[in-house]
Ligand binder design. Structure first.
Ligand SMILES: NC(=O)C1=CN([C@@H]2O[C@H](COP(=O)(O)OP(=O)(O)OC[C@H]3O[C@@H](n4cnc5c(N)ncnc54)[C@H](OP(=O)(O)O)[C@@H]3O)[C@@H](O)[C@H]2O)[C@@H](O)CC1
Ligand SMILES: Nc1ncnc2c1ncn2[C@@H]1O[C@H](COP(=O)(O)OP(=O)(O)OP(=O)(O)O)[C@@H](O)[C@H]1O
Length: 632
């Protein structure tokens, strides 16, 4: 994982400091000291740098060190210490001084010369090849940095040789000549004539250093501006994407409100409120339900059972609604419309995150009889993208669940005398709770579970309830009633049980949409996910259908996979809800994502194993199903 970006050839300060720290290490210095062939040493430097998060080649490390040494000597020999100018010329002066002072004296002539130089040469032969190609800009190659705006400085740079003992320009010239006579670089083209030949060396030197520092400042300033502009461009792009999604959401709402409902006097979309005159009466319009679209009830919608009956019959005779939202074409369009919303809640995988940020999910369930269900839910949560998955189960079940997977954190507390306190300790660290897989129906376990749900509600944690958790809700609806982050995932059997517990009348099995909306409203608009041949999702205001292709294979545990996935997606959806259109319910988006994923896993596993497909095979498909649905 890279700690810092190493854009192009540029070295950031933090990267340079890390390089210096490595280069200054005792064993590196010893290996370099007097050793002509040192490519292996720079290979080691590059490797250690990579361990610190910065990817550079050994050659890049070598030229950077060489450049730093050159800057250091220029600053040192420019006698700029007293007026503090040395830091302008060599930002890392102090570090360099510390390292170099612990080594044998370095000949500054060597460091400034662009020819073969002590430990900065990566095996002599390579350096000779470099020298054989004179027309290239030696300064740029040596520093490994981008060109400065004031190239004039660079062009003059190699020509200025600064011998320690020289006192005037004539001597410099002689030194320079004598050097080039014997060096391999004598074949270089003639350098441009020095414009400052008449100036005393010291003032020329000072001027050069000032120009050089100024050029460097300019360069970094420009680079800062460029990066700022890039950040702004990226932000603008992101807001454009969000805006598009919001417009899409509004489109769904307005499509729904444009239905020609005869009694409607206004077409403004309003969220369905609970009936204020008769709290027990469900406020629904079943045929107002959309397949794959969000739907709001228009003002003037029925507010009681009697009104509903009349509304329902009008809707039945309304062909426009049937055509607009018929399954045939809307099925595909529904996926296209809602999947982008799910994709939008998936957090990006960026290196700045720490463990836990993408989700710490708790599963309450697992008893002597059922150890598979909590395992399926918990491992699914991890595979969908949560960072940590906790299982709170009975003592009996814990060892078994642990033995299935070392990835899970298993707490054998659910049947302990202080179960609620034990679990409550973890709640501040959890992002969502999945209650019910493999819970069983033991009185004491259900009582503990009920209290844990209450504590989670007070912490505003999304709570997904499945399996035996739904049995608990059927016995004591108040446990989840009115909690808007509550999501119930019944199969048909569980749904019937819930409906009949709430309405004290048999379920009308001919109209699932209406019944599901009624149940949601009766439970205070919790989100209901009625699983089946098609999955129906409603929060009492809207209904959407998930018609992702599945298979005919109905092995046990598929519902646990769904609830585990939903735990993670609910956390992601609520985390990104600030960026969502307000008419979109995060629970519904999360539910649609979890249903699509479960069904896609089923299809893929069935394709491989047919009738032999088991839930573990579906779990193996999570990665590729997720990519196919949400990463494309
Ligand atoms: N490997 C494990 O550890 C697993 C453990 N699990 C855990 O088991 C616990 C009990 O859960 P559960 O669903 O078996 O119990 P329950 O609600 O009494 O239903 C039982 C009866 O309801 C019926 N029925 C079911 N679906 C229906 C439908 N769609 N449509 C119509 N009818 C339907 C059906 O009746 P039948 O057809 O047999 O007459 C069935 O026999 C729970 O904690 C769960 O998490 C499971 O997750 C699986 C993997
Ligand atoms: N007839 C069907 N055709 C296609 N997919 C289905 C069908 N019935 C259920 N599913 C899918 O299977 C998944 C699990 O639903 P199921 O009804 O099996 O849950 P469950 O009974 O609670 O499961 P569990 O065995 O975990 O208790 C859901 O994603 C649902 O969409």
């Amino acid at each position: 994982m890279l700690l810092n970006s190493t854009r192009g050839f540029l070295w950031s300060d933090v990267e340079t400091r890390t390089l210096l720290k490595i280069w200054g290490e005792q064993d590196i210095q010893t290996a370099l000291d007097g050793n002509f062939r040192n490519s292996h040493v720079y290979r080691d430097v590059a490797r250690r740098l990579a361990e610190m998060g910065f990817e550079r080649t050994p050659e890049q490390c070598r030229v950077r060190i060489k450049s730093l040494k050159r800057q250091f000597v220029l600053a040192k020999e420019g006698n700029l210490r007293n007026n503090g100018q040395h830091h302008k010329i060599c930002k890392f002066y102090d570090a360099m001084e510390r390292i170099l002072s612990s080594r044998s004296q370095i000949d500054p002539q060597e460091l400034l010369d662009s020819g073969v130089v002590g430990d900065e040469t990566m095996d002599g032969t390579e350096e000779e090849e470099e020298e054989a190609d004179p027309p290239r800009d030696q300064y740029l190659e040596d520093t490994g940095e981008c060109s400065y705006p004031q190239t004039q400085v660079k062009m003059e740079y190699p020509a200025v040789v600064i011998p320690v003992t020289v006192e005037n320009s004539t001597t410099v010239k002689q030194t320079s000549n004598s050097h080039s006579a014997g060096s391999p670089s004598s074949s270089r083209p003639k350098r441009p004539k020095k414009r400052h030949a008449g100036l005393p060396l010291e003032s020329m030197m000072e001027r050069f250093l000032e120009q050089s520092a100024e050029a460097e400042q300019n360069f970094y300033h420009m680079e800062d501006q460029r990066l700022d502009a890039e950040d702004r461009r990226r932000e603008a792009e992101h807001s454009r994407e969000l805006h598009t999604l919001q417009v899409l959401g509004q489109m769904f709402s307005s499509i729904a409100t444009r239905n020609p409902v005869p009694v409607a006097t206004a077409t403004t979309a309003v969220p369905l409120a609970r009936n204020t005159t008769d709290p027990s009466a469900p406020t629904l319009a079943a045929n107002h339900v959309t397949r794959g679209y969000w739907s709001h009830l228009p003002v003037g919608s029925p507010q009681s059972h009697a009104e509903w009956a009349s509304f329902h019959s009008r809707q039945q005779s309304n062909p426009v609604i049937d055509r607009s939202f018929s399954i045939g074409s809307a099925a595909h369009r529904g996926m296209d419309d809602i999947l982008p919303l799910v994709k939008n809640i998936v957090p990006p995988l960026i290196s700045k995150k720490h463990k836990g940020q993408d989700g710490r999910i708790g599963i309450v369930g697992g008893c002597q009889e059922y150890t598979g269900a909590p395992y399926f839910a918990a491992i699914t949560a991890l595979k969908v993208g949560a960072d940590l998955s906790h299982v709170f189960c009975t003592k009996d079940a814990a060892t078994v669940i642990k033995s299935y997977s070392p990835e899970l954190i298993v707490h054998p507390v659910l049947d302990s005398p202080n179960a609620v306190e034990e679990i409550e300790k973890w709640l501040p660290r959890l992002h969502s709770l999945v209650v019910g897989p493999g819970l069983g129906r033991d009185e004491m376990l259900l009582k503990n579970t009920k209290e844990v749900i209450e504590k989670s509600k007070s912490r505003d944690i999304p709570v997904v309830i499945d399996a035996d958790g739904l049995w608990l809700v059927a016995q004591q609806p108040s446990v989840i009633q009115g909690y808007n982050k509550g999501i119930l995932t019944p199969n048909y059997m569980e749904f019937t049980r819930l409906y009949e517990a709430m309405h004290h009348e048999p379920l009308d099995s001919s109209d699932h949409q209406r019944s599901a909306m009624e149940l949601s409203v009766a439970l205070g608009n919790v989100t209901i996910v009625l699983k089946g041949e098609e999955d129906l999702i409603t929060d009492g205001n809207k209904v959407i259908w998930c018609q992702q292709k599945g298979s005919g294979r109905r092995c046990g545990g598929q519902g646990d996979l769904l609830s585990g996935a939903l735990g993670v997606l609910a956390h992601w959806a609520y985390t990104s809800s600030a960026n969502m259109n307000k008419s979109i319910n995060p629970s519904v988006v999360a539910a649609f994502g979890a249903c699509s994923l479960t069904r896609q896993c089923n299809t893929q596993a069935f394709h491989k194993y047919g009738r032999a497909t088991v839930t573990s095979d579906m779990i193996q498909e999570i990665s590729s199903a997720f990519k196919k649905l949400f990463d494309s």
